[in-house]
Design a protein around this ligand. Sequence first.
Ligand code: 5GP
Length: 199
Amino acid sequence: MQKGSLFVVSAPAGCGKDTILNELLKKTDKAGYAVSATTRAPREGEVNGVHYHFLTREEFERRIAEKEVLEYTEYCGNYYGTLRKSVNDLLNEGKDAILKIEVEGAMNIKKLFPEACLVFILPPSWEVLEKRLRDRGTETEDKIVERTKQAHNEVKFAKNYDYLIVNDELENAVSDLLAVMRAEKLRRARNDELLAQFN
Ligand code: 5GP
């Protein structure tokens, strides 16, 4: 059995990252989402252990001390971190582990696991992203300006990623991501055992 691979997916808010990943996971049972831990409060509809492991700050800090957290960051006043167990459970099942994390976490994962594949999702344009944020109708003008600024900062990191996907059409973006994952599995470096059979 080929061991699962590690995929990191990042995108600024409003780029449709969650929707793309939800659709992708409906189409493949060979990958799973590595559930992160956070100290932020659950949003409506979010389920503990499915969307995040929702922890208190004390519990989160205990897990850091116990080396249960592979990487973590403080984002908008809350801790977010990748749990070693979430990743290992998937990889040991032979599944690809998808980490849905922000840019600094992605850079840390790349340092820890140079073979990880980093994918950045872009909006079709800045204008479209701003429109999407406005159309949500849930944010104040100040928040929209703040999120747009943050998006500009995050996109600066995209040059360090392995693949870029533009989310213009959901279906295209999902099939692009599936194509990236498929191609990664075919890398010679991931298939030494296969090649050894022919030597
Ligand atoms: P949200 O609060 O909207 O769910 O997430 C806020 C940001 O934190 C998103 O960019 C999300 O990708 C990122 N994030 C979620 N989990 C992790 C994690 O485990 N590590 C890091 N570094 N970022 C994360």
